[in-house]
Design a protein around this ligand. Structure first.
Ligand code: ADP
Ligand code: MG
Length: 413
């Protein structure tokens, strides 16, 4: 059997593990269960791909989205890894062929959705196979505290328990303390199996501004900012309209991206963005997962994101090459009012508490006069320095002190 370091070099062509990858892979190699919390772009896939090749058997990968699985499979295959998925989108023939390869032990990686993985039928199938590990990707989906709860993740436990010694590796980019604790319990991972990577993205400069004619604010930003960027909006309609407004009179290409576009147009816009050095994509959150473009120079939010986790993940798409990058958020009080109304009227009882909590945390970030990075990192359980020197509040301290002073005078008058 090849060693992880050799696989890293021979299969992936990388010189060294990054950050906590080596620790995580070491635990899987030792047959231990783990939860790896690593920011977007930190290289979570490699943490299960390498042991999948180093250990005997097939690695089962639970993943919540078919599009995500297909991206991962394409990427794995580009490294010569034998990977396939069993999903409703794969067609009968492809599924039969995947089953055949799986049973014959020809697959390094088998991707399945949680609904399928939790079925008794699937448990029987894998009970007869040799598995190298089980990876649970986007593991925050198992927790009601997480920002993307998927009840199907809750049903995975019998499968995991039926596999005995097969090491479990849960992976997520977005889990606060409460969510992590819940993932450990739900997936039967011991507390000492938690590995948390540093969340700081020091090359990203954070700016948060009240909205004031957002299309002109963004036009000014686009005129100043070099490089490719993403502007996140909250609806398909806004993506179309804003893309059109920003394209007018500007010097660069601006295209929309959302789930309502024709799949061919969507694929074309995405490919144009990945290839471009200065294009701007005006997108809903449908754009992002699995897009491998290291040189995105800025991410702007025209309106609030769903949560701090979402903000961190979306802004984290900027500057993955390590060069300076910017994150901008233009928010309005009405964003919070609308979000609050939605939580009170549309969110089921059992999730309302979690959503209120997340919205309040986001409001605290937006309204803060302190270092934005310190608030972000603290949210993810780190104990950062009080000032980063690379966010709006550190660079241009707001004048709230004066305001409080003024208010005090008014009150005491
Ligand atoms: P995540 O799932 O954590 O967001 P990915 O697994 O998609 O991140 O990896 C992000 C990028 O980093 C990919 O292009 C991957 O090939 C690259 N990468 C991962 N590990 C390493 C490494 N040790 N050295 C160099 N590049 C790496
Ligand atoms: Mg990933």
């Amino acid at each position: 059997m090849r060693q992880p370091a050799q696989i890293l070099h021979d299969v992936f062509g990388f010189g060294a593990f990054r950050g906590v990858q080596e620790d995580v892979i070491g635990r899987v190699m030792a047959g231990k269960h783990s939860l790896a919390v690593m920011p977007t772009g930190a290289g979570k896939s490699l943490c299960y791909q390498v042991p999948a090749l180093a250990r005997e058997g097939t690695a089962l990968v639970i993943s919540p989205l078919i599009a995500l699985m297909h991206d991962q499979i394409r990427s794995a295959e580009s490294f010569g890894i034998h990977a396939a998925s069993l999903t409703s989108a794969d067609g009968d023939e492809a599924r039969q062929e995947t089953l055949r390869r799986f049973k014959a032990g020809e697959l390094d990686l088998l991707y399945v959705a949680p609904e399928r993985a939790s079925s008794g039928h699937f448990r029987e199938l894998v009970g007869r196979a040799k598995l190298s590990l089980v990876a649970v990707d986007e593991a925050h989906c198992v927790s009601e505290w997480g920002h993307d709860f998927r009840p199907d993740y809750r049903l995975l436990r019998p499968l995991l328990d039926s596999l005995g010694d097969v090491p479990r590796l849960a992976l997520t980019a977005t889990a606060d303390r409460q969510t992590r604790a819940d993932i450990l319990v739900q997936l039967g991972i011991p507390e000492d199996g938690l590995i948390v990577a540093g969340f700081d993205r020091p090359n990203i400069r954070y700016h948060v501004r009240p909205r004031d004619g957002v299309s002109s604010q963004l036009k000014a930003l686009l005129a100043e900012q070099e490089g490719a960027g993403i502007v996140y909006v909250s609806s398909r309609d806004k993506a179309e309209k804003l893309a059109e407004q920003l394209a007018q009179g500007g010097r660069r290409r601006v295209l929309p991206y959302h789930a309502g576009l024709d799949p061919q147009v969507r694929a074309r816009n995405q490919a144009a963005f990945v290839a471009s050095e200065d294009m701007v994509m005006v997108a809903t959150i449908a754009f992002g997962m699995g897009i491998d473009k290291p040189d995105v120079r800025f991410v702007a939010h025209a309106g609030i994101p769903k949560s701090i986790e979402a903000y961190y993940q979306e802004t984290g798409r900027a500057g993955r090459d390590g060069d300076p990058a910017e994150a901008w958020m233009f928010w309005g009080a009405e964003d919070f009012l609308r979000a609050r109304r939605r939580i009170e009227t549309e969110v089921p009882d059992e999730r309302r508490g979690g959503e209120r909590h997340r919205l309040n945390s986001l409001a605290a970030l937006v309204e803060a006069a302190e270092c934005r990075r310190a608030i972000l990192l603290h949210h993810f359980g780190e104990d950062p320095p009080a000032r980063c020197g690379n966010c709006d509040n550190c660079l241009t301290p707001p004048t709230t002190v004066d305001a409080t002073e003024a208010a005090r005078k008014l009150l005491s008058a």
